[in-house]
Design a protein around this ligand. Sequence first.
Ligand code: C5P
Length: 235
Amino acid sequence: MKSANIAPQLMVALDVPSREETLALARTLAGTAPWCKVGMEMFTHAGPPLLEELAALGYSIFLDLKFYDIPHTVAQAVKAASGVGVNMLTLHCQGGERMCRAAREAVCSLPGKGPLLFGVTVLTSFARGEMPGISADLPDFARTLATNAQSWGLDGVVCSGHEAADIKAACPSLMCLCPGIRPAGSVADDQRRVMTPAQAVAAGADYLVVGRPIIAAPDPLMAAKQILAEMASAT
Ligand code: C5P
């Protein structure tokens, strides 16, 4: 596992409907956001060749497909992701110990560095009572999953900024990647547990994933720069 002591980094979620729009946006933001996040929509459209083009623009690649399957399948998918240049990927903590450990073993079996493994705890779109079968408070449930993730060898977890401080205190070696970031005054969209960039950094987030506040802004580059400035002011 990696140390949790990194300067917080911005990841732009390239959630746009076509490969062409993805690349246009990526070119606009190249050199500003160090990471880009490719999710299931765009990866399904455009696949590994898109990742190569994004890497050529200088991005580190975060593949957010949230793997959840039997251990062997996830291990093979982790190896495949590494083979197409992915630097970080997600899997569900609820996939359990054998699945998460299989992913870690897959990374360890690879030559070179391999992708960072981040476990999804509780999606930031869930409000209390909405997560099927879970009656626990969401922050408690997220911390429990993070504690598991730490002992199963993951590098970090995906969590709401509201849970980051608690998780960092309980799991000091884990990094926290926080979506649900909304600059002050912007709309929450479908997110439920949101924080401003400064609040998330102050709470201990290592990576901030931002989609619509950047990609739907009239000037995405300006929006990204404002978020980076806010992150720097909170560091
Ligand atoms: O547009 P917005 O900033 O809400 O985008 C957040 C991004 O982070 C989306 O791509 C979404 O799929 C992703 N994400 C999330 N909550 C998680 C994990 C990933 O919102 N728990």
